[in-house]
Design a protein around this ligand. Structure first.
Ligand code: ADP
Length: 623
């Protein structure tokens, strides 16, 4: 029988995992049970929605069978099973959803990160077993197949016998080593405690045979042993339980059991709503971004149940885009099982649920922001961008929802601040909320354009994310205060009388320079914002220089240009030099103009247009 190879990446991960020193090997059972439960969900759903099938709740269960003599542990389910092709597709690739995303070798050196980052599902069986066999018979197939593997060197698939639909996962448990006791995974009490810990809320019975002894019939001292099948888990889904009965640990286990994420969620939200629409929901706010979060591959959505039956894995209608990071589930008795995607989109009940959820998430985030700032900031590091995109994407429709949740780095506070906090601190005469956009805080700290505003003692918000300025343009104002870029035309700050004359006074010089830079800038003028620096670029109109940079870096390269203004500090020594050159040496003035313009570009983080010419010009001056 031909041996098939795992996909290259899977092989590598599998090898790493088998040899890993992962301390929570016990989670393999949670993974197998979770797969079994999903498989039963699928067949259960089929029987409920297909009238030709008989529904019999009794026949859905998971059974754990330890065999100490032969060191074999079997996890058996009566779920939907797998066809030959499915065995090949599903079990030939490890952690399909995650493996492509891992970053580099060092990050996945030991098993911690692999399991932590991607959750390896079925493959975690290899942490405790030398050999894994999967015997499965699919619901719509008449032949069963055995998939078998001893790890990295591949797997085989061959036909075999199995009477009933479902899957048996058969683990040949490893021998004990000096450091690791694998025996425990064959002990009934240990298995029970693992199930209790991780899988108590699985909605199907998880059974195990328990050996007991009793007095032999008719005898008063002779005992006999017998086995009795017991259900280990309580089976009440966690969302139907009373919040008071549940601990943080229970919610976390549910989060992991469901593979919602592999981080520690910062908050769970448990909703039991009754009224116009009744539903239960458990939502989680994660701490870390899933590896694909900011890619096109990421799918938002909540699990949707109708009276305890899973009808959709990821129902996107339940979550607004701006909260796409939220994980969890909704169970409502008001939804019909056979509901189609199209109908779902317009379902009134679902819309009400979605609206409630959206408000609840917002309030929950606000409360974290108010009471657990550190936690919120950790969350914001991960998902802040998404909130800002939220403002941008919906043309401000979600303004009310999001404006109190976003934060920016403050020039004064030297940390993240909310808009409300900024406005609260504004001196009475300050009219605008000032911001500066650029690559990093370090660069913005040195940006010449901030000089006047900073000098006035006003706080500046630093925009370092691509989306920031775009979002703010949509937001327009906060509590009636307009936003103003320190690089924009008028800063709205009164300058000392007399200064305004400078443009007129120096018209000749500015006109001359403007003429030299005619395709590059729309104007050259005296600056009212510079104190120490000789020149800077500002923009006129809606599109800022930062926005131009961002748009130009986009794949569909927008060739849009901000209209730039070269501002000159008339109080600077360099200005005197320019004036002298205007009268005495036009050739020099041409050279200076080109140099200053290029300097201004560099300060903005824009490339100089002709680096060689720029370098030559500097040499010319030095000579
Ligand atoms: P995940 O569960 O995250 O998709 P796994 O590696 O655990 O990843 O499983 C891969 C796939 O194999 C599952 O998505 C499912 O389709 C299939 N599978 C695993 N176990 C079973 C089972 N007991 N019954 C039916 N299908 C299963």
């Amino acid at each position: 029988m031909a041996k098939k190879q795992f996909k290259a990446e899977s092989k590598r991960l599998l090898g790493l995992m088998i040899n890993s020193i992962y301390t929570h090997r016990e989670i393999f059972l949670r993974e197998l049970i979770s797969n079994a439960s999903d498989a039963i969900d699928k067949i259960y759903y089929k029987t409920l929605t297909d009238e030709s099938l008989v529904f019999d709740r009794e026949s859905y269960y998971i059974k754990i069978i330890p065999d100490r003599q032969n060191r074999i542990l079997t996890v058996s389910d009566t779920g939907i099973g797998m066809t030959k092709e499915e065995l090949d597709d599903n079990l030939g690739v490890i952690a399909r959803s995650g493996s492509l995303g891992f970053k580099n070798e060092t990050e996945i050196k030991d098993g911690y990160d692999i399991i932590g980052q991607f959750g390896v599902g079925f493959y975690s069986a290899f942490m405790v077993a030398d050999k894994v066999s999967v015997i499965s018979r699919a619901f719509d197939g008449d032949q069963a197949y055995r998939w078998e593997s001893k790890g990295v060197d591949g797997y085989t698939i061959e036909p075999c016998d199995k009477e009933t639909v479902g899957t048996d996962i058969i683990l040949q448990i490893k021998e004990n080593t000096e450091d690791e006791k694998y025996d425990e995974f064959l002990e009934e009490y240990r298995l029970r405690s693992i199930v209790k810990k991780y899988s108590d809320f699985i909605r199907y019975p998880i059974k195990i045979d328990v050996s007991r002894s009793r007095l032999k019939e008719g005898s008063e001292e002779e005992y006999e042993s017998y086995t009795e099948e017991q259900t280990i888990n309580s089976m009440v889904p966690i969302w139907k339980k009373n919040k008071n009965e549940l601990t943080d640990e229970d919610y976390k286990n549910f989060y992991f059991e469901k593979h919602y994420g592999f981080d520690q969620p910062i908050k769970h939200i448990h909703i039991s709503a009754e009224g116009t629409v009744s539903y239960n929901a458990i939502l989680f706010i994660p701490e870390k971004t899933p590896f694909d979060f900011y890619t096109r591959d990421y799918e938002k959505g909540l699990e949707l149940y109708s009276n305890g039956v899973l009808i959709m894995n990821k129902c996107p209608e339940l979550l607004p885009d701006c909260f796409s990071f939220v994980k969890g589930m909704v169970d409502s008795g008001d939804l019909t099982l056979n509901i189609s995607r199209e109908v779902l989109q317009h379902d009134r009940q679902l819309k009400i649920i979605a609206k409630n959820i959206r408000n609840r998430i917002k309030n929950e985030l606000l409360s974290i922001l108010e009471t657990e700032r550190d936690k919120y900031e950790a969350f914001y590091q991960s998902f802040g961008r998404q909130l800002k995109y939220g403002i941008y994407n919906n043309f401000g429709a979600d303004k009310e929802l999001l404006q109190d949740l976003i934060m920016f780095y403050s020039s004064k506070e030297k940390q993240l601040t909310t808009l409300a906090e900024y406005v609260e601190r504004m001196p009475e005469e300050q009219k605008y909320i000032y911001y500066a956009a650029g690559e990093s805080i370090e660069r913005l700290e040195k940006l010449p354009q901030t000089e006047l505003v900073a000098d006035k003692g006003y706080e500046i918000l630093y925009f370092t994310d691509d989306v920031d300025e775009f979002a703010i343009h949509i937001l327009m104002n906060y509590k009636d205060k307009d936003f103003k870029s320190v690089s924009g035309g008028d800063l709205g700050i009164e300058t000392e009388a007399g200064e305004d004359k400078s443009d007129a006074d120096h018209r000749d010089l500015f006109e001359y320079m403007k003429n030299l830079l005619k395709d590059k800038v729309t104007d050259v003028r005296a600056s009212r914002r510079l104190k120490q620096h000789p020149v800077c670029l500002t923009n006129e109109g809606e599109l800022s220089i930062e926005m131009e940079k961002i748009l130009r870096a986009m794949p569909d390269n927008h060739n849009i240009k901000a209209s730039k203004v070269l501002e000159i500090n008339t109080g600077h020594e360099v200005f005197d030099v320019l004036q002298k050159a205007l009268e005495a040496d036009r050739e020099k003035l041409d050279l200076y103009t080109s140099l200053l313009y290029n300097q201004a570009l560099l300060i903005e983080g824009l490339p100089v247009e002709d680096p060689v010419e720029y370098a030559n010009n500097i040499c010319k001056i030095m000579k």
